[in-house]
Structure formats: structure tokens, C-alpha cells
Ligand binder design. Sequence first.
Ligand code: HEM
Length: 128
Amino acid sequence: NGAALYQQCQGCHQPNGAGIPGVFPPLAGHVPEILAAKGGRTWLIQLLLWGMSGEISVKGRNYNGVMPGYRQLSDAELAALLNHISTQWGNRLPPGQKPFTADEVKAQRAKTLTSAQVNQARKALGLR
Ligand code: HEM
């Protein structure tokens, strides 16, 4: 399930989702911002599949690291993980958004992006 799968993430993003300022971005209080952005939900699936590298800014702090992709996980596992990070640490799915499904992940898997392309695609979300 999602909580067990999150063990693969917590070494960087921490068990409480707070990340490490300036090194690993927070997921607590931040995943809902991604989901609320236009295109953010689809982009979040792509990030989990393909990872990301290059400079980003989260809540006014800069990061310039490498996030691995997790395409070795199944569609159902990635959906469970996405639902976990969307509902932990006070995070909630934005109003009107339903839980992630395996089919939704499957639809993105066909695309094959590089980690740099995921960073490029992030710019369109307008996150600050
Ligand atoms: C970025 C989730 C595993 C390092 C992110 C972001 C999310 C996320 C949602 C995007 C933040 C944003 O762009 O606003 C996850 C999940 C993981 C995972 C769910 C487990 C499946 C890891 C691991 C590492 C890591 C294991 C360290 C080896 C990073 C870094 C960034 C990032 C450095 C920023 C990348 C950049 O600067 O371009 N992660 N992550 N993540 N993650 Fe992870």
C-alpha cells in the first residue's frame, strides 16, 4: 500500500514529509499546491514515473537536485503512492479531485520523458 511504498521516499523527503530545506523539497503542505495547479495532477504522475533534475523553487526556496523516477513500480502501486502523499501530514486532495487510479497512471506511462523534460514541464504549473 501507499504507506509501505513511501518508505522508498522518506530517506530524502523524510517520514513527516517535511523534506530538508534547500536539499529535498517538502511534500507536506506542498503536494496540494501541485494538485491545485492547472495540469498539476498529470504532471505529478509524470514526476513519479520519470523523476526530475534541475533547478526548482518550492515555497520560495531553491532546489537543484536529482529525484529518481519510479517506473519500476506498477500502475496500481504508483496510484497508491500518489494517494498516500496527497492525504498525509494534513495534505488533502483539492475539492472535486478523486483518488488517483491505476488507469490514470497507465495513460502517462506511454510518454517516456527525461528528468530534464519533467523539470521543463513543471514551469507551466506556475508554482512559487
Ligand atoms: C522532488 C515526491 C523520492 C529527491 C519531488 C517532488 C515530489 C516528490 C512530489 C516535486 C516537488 C516540486 O517539484 O514542487 C517523491 C516521492 C518519492 C520521492 C513520492 C518516492 C517514490 C525521492 C528520493 C529522493 C528524492 C528517494 C532522493 C534520492 C528529490 C529531489 C527533488 C524532489 C532532489 C527536487 C528535484 C529538483 O531539484 O529538480 N519529490 N520523491 N525524491 N525529490 Fe522526490
